[in-house]
Design a protein around this ligand. Structure first.
Ligand code: UDX
Length: 432
């Protein structure tokens, strides 16, 4: 099929490349000329394993990049809206990008009755948005909800191995047309209404946030009791109703989606007078988890003023260069404000972090291209991201580089006994 995609961000770019891989012809529309230039010169603007190879394979054959929506829509059977819906101060998602796209669509195409293109909202939008979009299009073009569940760092894999494909529509033929795109993808298909599909997306991310906040509080309980959380989590995960995934304690969830979607769901609930106590608690618990990790550092050094803290891990999780809502963006400024020096490393996210916290504006912050340089002469090591290089770091070498003896392992990557055997003071997240 011929497909137009509006928005070349994490979702639009991955969806475009993967639909080409499934044999479709895609025109990817982007308003940011620098991003178009990068893509057309073969540069993948985001760090996403497997995506550059797919772009190289399909660019200028089945994948076209353009700034011109009308050109992209010529002969298109489907238009995917993959525009960003970032949170506003109230928690409401900013739908201005989607509003602009629908306005352009109306202006470009006299809304003829041929029912093409089917407009698919893949962007994460509050319940009711597909219905609103259908009205803005005068009800002439079918609108279908097809939320994505792509995780950063594994987005290409996730596209071809989804746990399910959700199609929300009020027009059966349009829903089936969109479902046919995934014909070669083995996954359960959930054909439902607009609001159910929109809510299923928010519900998934909100539940994941809730699960993580529970896990992090369980780890805090283990710290307080003086026992180890690992076996408790193993036992928990063996319960079929809970499952073993998404049970790793950490510095609190980050990323561009879980925090945003939780806020959007709570905003929607407030508007309709529904109180979501569990969602609010999940968000509060996440804030507290970062405070707990900071306290582990402060409690482990006599006086943080003038001390050097090494930080391994700036991205919000391993496998991505994305720092949105990352623990590093909260904890490093706090350490600097308390008078510490920070030597930070990340294998992929140094540039993204420097964009938000430029060292020239943060005296005392040094960004290091080598993890051992970051460790050199530091009084303590704080691990925030679960990069394999950190997990595999020889504990003896860590001991030699540190001038102090504290490790705060925010991802439980290292072995506590082995760390202590070298004379290090090891603090994990719920580790004994
Ligand atoms: C998430 C959803 O998983 C995905 O389905 C949706 O489409 C987009 O949002 P992503 O934000 O890429 O994906 O990250 P995810 O892998 O879900 O992790 C979210 C946060 O939870 C990260 O900060 C991660 O470090 C943290 N996390 C995850 C843990 O702390 N422990 C875990 O066991 C898993």
């Amino acid at each position: 099929m011929k497909i137009a995609i509006a928005g070349a961000g994490y979702v639009g770019l991955t969806t475009a490349a993967c639909l080409c891989e499934l044999g479709h012809a895609v025109s990817l529309v982007e308003i940011d000329q620098t991003r178009i230039d990068a893509l057309q010169s073969g540069i993948c603007p985001i760090y996403e394993p497997g995506l550059p190879e797919l772009l190289d394979k399909h660019l200028d054959t089945s994948l076209k990049i353009t700034a011109d929506l009308s050109q992209a829509l010529e002969g298109a059977d489907i238009l995917f809206a993959c525009v960003g819906t970032p949170p506003m101060a109230t928690g409401a998602p900013d739908l201005s990008g989607l509003r602009r796209l629908l306005g352009d669509l109306r202006a470009l195409r006299p809304l003829s009755a041929d029912g093409r293109p089917v407009v698919v909202l893949k962007s994460t939008v509050p319940p009711g948005t597909n219905r609103w979009a259908s009205k803005r299009l005068g009800g002439v073009l079918p609108v279908v909800s097809n939320p994505e569940f792509l995780r950063e760092g594994t987005a290409v894999y996730d596209f071809f191995h989804p746990d399910r494909v959700i199609i929300g529509s009020e027009d059966r033929a349009a829903g089936e047309l969109v479902a046919s795109l995934y014909r070669d993808v083995e996954a359960p298909l959930v054909l439902t209404g607009w609001e159910q599909a929109e809510l299923a997306k928010y519900a998934t991310n909100a539940f994941l946030a809730l699960k993580l906040s529970f896990v992090n509080e369980l780890a805090a309980l283990c710290d307080g009791i003086g026992t180890d959380v690992q076996d408790v989590l193993t036992a928990l995960g063996l319960d079929k109703r809970i499952g073993p995934h998404f049970l790793s304690p950490g510095p609190g969830y980050g990323g561009s989606c879980l925090p945003k979607d939780l806020k959007a769901l709570m905003w929607k609930a407030r508007r309709i007078g529904v109180t979501l106590d569990t969602m609010r608690s999940a968000e509060k618990a996440n804030v507290r988890q970062r405070e707990r990790l900071l306290q582990k550092v402060l409690n482990g050094v006599d006086d943080i003023w003038g001390k050097t803290i090494a930080v391994w891990g700036l991205s919000f999780k391993a496998g991505t260069d994305d720092v949105r809502s990352a623990a590093s963006l909260e904890l490093i400024p706090k350490l600097l404000a308390l008078g510490a020096r920070v030597q930070a490393h990340d294998p992929e996210a140094l540039i993204a972090f420097a964009r938000v916290c430029p060292p020239e504006r943060w005296p005392g912050l040094v960004l290091c291209g080598d993890p051992w340089r970051a460790l050199h002469g530091a009084h303590a090591l704080l691990i925030l991201t679960e990069w394999p290089a950190y997990k595999e770091a020889p504990i003896e070498q860590i001991r030699q580089h540190l001038s102090g003896n504290l490790i705060v392992d925010g991802r439980n990557l290292l072995n506590p006994e082995r760390a202590r055997a070298t004379g290090l003071m090891y603090r994990g997240v719920g580790r004994k």
